[in-house]
Design a protein. Structure first.
Length: 141
């Protein structure tokens, strides 16, 4: 079973969208705090209505792998960010770029349950994560 399948199964286990929203909020609450010095212009997800920052770093002991750190000022989007950080961290750049995040969002039915502006924002988060991962990978060469 893939990690995306596991995420979808966890969501399907929850009966309704109120419970799913609560689950996302709890994921966000568990997100490790991002230091203020990483909340820079280059880490800011500008198209997102929420204030979101995401940083990609190489894993010191395995330099080909990338991990993410992030923060957001709204509970549900912070939960989506936490889910994405967990899904995309400790992967190579190719694995990050090949991850079917669009398929995950469709299977979770996020498009149907988030406002159009938030929907645009979560895709902007993914784009920023891929951009920052590419920069971190290039810094390794």
């Amino acid at each position: 079973m893939s990690e995306i399948d596991e995420i979808v199964d966890a969501f399907e286990f929850l009966d309704d969208w109120d419970m799913r929203y609560q689950y996302l909020i709890e994921l966000g609450e568990d997100l490790r705090p991002m230091s203020e010095d990483l909340k820079t212009e280059e880490n800011w997800v500008k198209p997102c209505m929420s204030t979101v920052h995401v940083e990609a770093q190489r894993v010191p002991e395995q330099a080909e792998l990338i991990r993410f750190i992030g923060d957001c000022d709204t509970a549900i989007i912070k939960g989506v960010l936490a889910l994405l950080i967990d899904l995309l961290s400790y992967r190579t750049l190719d694995e990050i770029n090949e991850m079917d995040v669009d398929g995950l969002f469709k299977r979770l039915q996020l498009e149907e349950h988030l406002s159009p502006s938030r929907h645009v924002g979560i895709y902007a988060i993914v784009d920023k994560m891929r951009e920052r991962a590419k920069e971190a990978a290039m810094a390794m060469n």
